[in-house]
Design a binder for this molecule. Structure first.
Ligand code: URA
Length: 190
């Protein structure tokens, strides 16, 4: 039987792709291990690499604000990334890096058994929902896969770059709030 402890230990010493050479910390994931909602980002940035925790920089602050708007506490969800080590210069994680790492995320999802998965941005959406997912066209839509409700929203870093997309992101989070009310048992929202 898999355990969180065994999985985290394996990740901490992982050398399955070359990102281990430049990482300061493996960014395993944070949040409640009973969470019904799993958020998946792309990969750690500089702040996350420093602190070993996902979404702690500017994008993380915006994510926290979006969660607060719907009354969802960061501690009551789980947050992880497609890759657990920082790609140098914040480039997109390479396909080989994603493929080397995705098994760990799948093990996390198997332990968590979330009711809802929210992909933050294109990279997570193309890896988790559908290879040819178009974030600008399909954000906020819902998909069911193996009994799990899935959606993708704009990545908070994209919202920082282009604030004109914020109203759409707001609508997507309101839809997430409604979905949580509909299908979750113990996740509190406003
Ligand atoms: N962007 C991501 O995709 N993940 C993080 O953890 C931080 C920034």
């Amino acid at each position: 039987m898999d355990t969180w402890e065994a999985l985290e230990q394996t990740c901490q010493s992982c050398r399955e792709c070359s990102l281990w050479e430049t990482r300061k910390n493996v960014v395993f994931g944070v949040g409640s291990r009973n969470a019904e909602v799993l958020f998946i980002g792309e990969g750690p940035g500089a702040n996350e690499d420093e602190q070993g925790e996902p979404f702690v920089g500017r994008a993380g602050k915006l994510l926290d604000d979006m969660l607060a708007i719907i009354g969802l506490k960061r501690e009551s969800v789980y947050i992880a990334n497609i890759v657990k080590c920082r790609p140098p210069q914040n480039r997109d994680p390479l396909e080989v890096e994603q493929d080397a790492c995705i098994g760990y995320l799948r093990r996390q999802a198997a332990l968590l058994r979330p009711k809802i998965i929210v992909c933050l941005g294109r990279i997570a959406a193309t890896k988790i929902i559908r290879e040819d997912f178009k974030i600008s066209r399909e954000h906020g839509q819902w998909f069911e896969k193996a009994g799990v409700q899935m959606t993708a929203v704009y990545h908070p870093a994209a919202l920082l770059r282009d604030p004109r997309r914020r109203p759409e992101a707001f609508d997507d989070f309101k839809a997430l709030q409604a979905k949580i009310r509909e299908i979750c048992d113990h996740t509190e929202v406003d």
